[in-house]
Write a new protein. Sequence first.
Length: 607
Amino acid sequence: MTTRWWSQRFPPEGSAASEGIRRQLGTPRLDPLAVLVREAAQNSSDARSGDHPVDFSIFLRRLDPDARRRWSDALLPEPADGGSLGLAACLADESSVMLTVSDRNTTGLGGPLRADEVGDDPDFVNLVRNIGEPRDKEFGGGTYGFGKGILFTTSTAGVILVRSRCLWQGRIQTRLIGVALGHSFQAEGVPYTGRHWWGTTGGDGVVDPLLDDEADQAAHVLGLPPFEGPEFRGTDIVILGANLGRRLGEADEEHPRSVEEAAEYIASAMLWNLWPLLSAADGARPAMTCRVVTDTRTLEIPDPVTVPRLWPFVTALRAIDAGDAKNIVRRQPTQLTTGSFFAVTSVSPNRRDWRDTAAPFIGPARHCALMRQAGLVVTYLEGPALPDDDQHYGAVFRSSRDADESFASAEPPTHDAWVTDGLPELDRRTVETAVRGIRSRLADIAAVATEGTNTVATQPPLGHLAQRLGHLVAPTAVSQPDGTNPSKSGRAGRGRRPAASFIQPPLLTLLDGEPLVVAMVEVADSAETLWLTAEAVVALDVGNEAEPPTGAASPHVVEMQSDDVRVPGGRVRIRPSDPRRWTILVKPVTDAATQVSVHVSPVGDNA
């Protein structure tokens, strides 16, 4: 196997210089790592194969001396004659980080190996060779094909390594190639674009990828993520010498991110940008699963419905999917449904952790997540603040299938805004009508909340109650059929799986203007019929108030719901074939935190 770097000359008819490709992204307002997550996940989502979720992972690792030697043996010498990339210095630096973007359950990068060859689904040449190819998938996320520039700008050397397993001409094929974006230069009177490729040289001198056994052998030597089986498809993109960005310190001074800080930021960016793909209602499979892996830690991205700051947005999108949303309609020159809108108000959580590191706003949510049919968040449009900082609201607007192309046309290369300048008249009207309608609805939410604080004196003071509910999750309890409580002391008890577990922590929510505590539990599969019992009591600083004082109000379970089943009170019988996820609605009391507990027990023979 002989490999080398090949540098592209400017052809007589002209070509794109590397500097122009780098500038296509402009100056994103988002953190570069967030742009990387968005662009890479968008491509992986568009390449989904079959019904299984896309497995989207990002690996961060530093190479030990032996690994650096293997990489140097494979990729050096780097391009010369003015095309130096700084690759040798990158591979010699023990602090350099290799960032690998990996997807599985995708189609891989198939199609022809050369840009001048015709074939179906030319994904390989669109990523590796071409620039600016239009989107070729209906309702796909990509629009311009320039977003891949972030792969090169994240590398301190401008170098990536691409390994993909795809289906080509009826068989599985593995491909491995290096791509670099340096600076245009001249050598011996010949101008070069600054673009370089690493691989095997064909008869015409142009580099092609290593294929099949040679590609697999090289990938094994370099330590790339393995494939689970010979028919498994997907893609790995290694960014050499990744720039992990900077974080703000306590005094607002900037510091380079450590690997662990970068991992947490990337994981949070996955949550806030990809949550529509990561969550699915009623036990359905999500479109994508995500994780971030370092040498010392794996961050599995949780179901967004279990993240309190994201819960209103997830709930709003599920309402849209269920057909409960209201449409925003463009009336002129012809009537067109631009998209659907829904909003949810609930208590703003007090605690912050790594999941909030890449949150696009500070403080309580008062935003609408904008998205197209592709299901990725474009941006969060800010609305008016609520009068009570202990409440927040999250809304979702999703473009309609008929109007989706208008919103796609309004996106810049980074897909993080809707910009109407320069759009055709009908597209501009469509987008502007939608944005005006969204802003109007967000203003209505704030106005109703403001009126409520001035006129409803008999309602529970939600702000004070919200502060008390900051401790709500801790006292929540789950009991097994044998009566044991695995949640006590924070231990599950000898590896035993709870018969029921909270998959959405209790949150105070306004439903039809009434404050209710809403929680969701999942009952483990069982061959026997079970009772699921939910109870609500006042949570005290120590223990709880099972028996309220005479004449005092107490919280109580109003209803339990699953799919189309609604059962009043706090007890429901669950047969083996019945739904396993149940939503619990609790009426709280004024000025007290509410503890919600569930208990699962077998139904007796005579029950």
